[in-house]
Design a protein around this ligand. Structure first.
Ligand code: COA
Length: 326
């Protein structure tokens, strides 16, 4: 049962957090360092936010809080689930409760901090579409805590360029998006069924390209879910420093025709300009949904090559080459 936290929950909350921290080396509970735990409901209410606990058989087995930070941004905190209640969907339910509350308070963005040791939590936040955002911080506490910053936009369709850390943290989401598109019949270098490990290899290579400065990665969130991406290859030959190739425009099948790809393409134009590129090129399977999209955005057809790539059924299909001056 998920309910609002009350101050009388303090002993159960301290026990839950202490048990979670004890799973990690050097991470120890000193409740003098976190006095807010003695009255967490009051603490969050004073900040204009709220905290919830999950109770099972009279014990506190889950916790989350959320409060506004500044105009538009809210911060998720105190996200803990006891080891016995993990893998049950409770953590997702708690996080969704906090996210819904922030959205109802007109949050545009959610942020959170996570100890660098909490690798399981990182995967959880990444699965919930958060990406690494900004530098780490040190708490100067008895646990010598160092924390990663995570964030995601939660309202409407938002496109952002990810840096190398952001791209690495989006690896699993990007792999899932590529797999959903390829398995749904998209012609983007791979054939279905796409092995998720191969998809993760693609996402890792993308992050590495971003880290090396040879690639721009843009991702799109729709109402807080990371649903699409597009890339610009900057590693063009020495005689083409003014050109960039747009690659891997991908949008999850169930959110198509809602303007996500259009938003990604407009952001890609801006990033090409930002990178000093004046000529953009791409290729796409003839007759795909992407073809009218590119035409509607002013891309010019340079020609088509028959039998360029294979369809999932083994037949060959034509590819259309497009370019655009920005
Ligand atoms: C191509 C793709 C990225 C489009 O994503 P999307 O988010 O659905 O596109 P948008 O909603 O932004 O569409 C913008 C415009 O593109 C055109 N368009 C998009 N899908 C279309 C379709 N199935 N049929 C006709 N036009 C389409 C329309 O002009 C649309 O505007 P409208 O909805 O106002 O009519 C998506 O279908 C996809 O991921 N396909 C698989 C991967 C792929 O083929 N990528 C291209 C590689 S080159």
């Amino acid at each position: 049962m998920i309910r609002a936290a009350i101050d009388a929950d303090a002993p159960g909350i301290v026990a839950l957090i202490a048990a979670c921290w004890a799973e990690y080396p050097g991470c120890v509970m000193d409740d003098a360092e976190v006095p807010e735990l003695r009255a967490l409901g009051t603490h969050y209410a004073a900040k204009g936010g709220r905290a919830w606990v999950a109770e099972r058989d009279g014990a506190i087995v889950g916790l989350v809080g959320v409060a506004p930070l500044n105009a538009g941004a809210w911060e998720i905190g105190k996200m803990y689930v006891s080891s016995g209640a993990r893998g049950t969907g409770l953590a997702q339910a708690l996080l969704a409760t906090a996210e819904d509350h922030a959205r109802a308070g007109c949050a545009a963005e959610l942020r959170l901090w996570s100890d660098t040791r909490f690798t399981r939590a990182h995967r959880f936040y990444e699965a919930a579409s958060y990406v690494s955002a900004g530098p780490i911080r040190a708490l100067h506490d008895v646990s010598n805590s160092i924390e990663f910053a995570y964030a995601k936009p939660v309202a409407g369709c938002v496109v952002r360029r990810l840096d190398a850390a952001g791209a690495a943290s989006a690896e699993r989401r990007l792999a899932a998006i590529l797999k959903a598109c390829v398995d749904g019949g998209a012609s983007v270098s791979y054939l279905p069924p796409l092995d998720i490990e191969v998809a993760r290899g693609f996402a890792r290579k993308t992050a590495s390209g971003v880290a090396l400065g040879g690639r721009v990665l843009l991702v799109a969130w729709l109402d807080g879910v990371l649903v699409g991406s597009v890339q610009l290859d900057l590693a063009t030959p020495p005689n083409q420093p003014h050109r960039t190739e747009l690659q891997k425009l991908l949008v999850l099948p169930h959110v198509r025709r809602r303007g996500v790809a259009r938003a990604l393409m407009l952001a890609a134009d801006a990033e090409a300009v930002n990178e000093g590129r004046t000529l953009m090129t791409l290729d796409t399977r003839a007759d795909d949904a992407a073809e009218p999209l590119y035409r509607s955005l002013g891309w010019i057809e340079a020609g088509r090559i028959p039998g360029y790539a294979l369809n999932p059924d083994g037949t060959a299909h034509a590819t259309v080459l497009f370019y655009r001056l920005v």
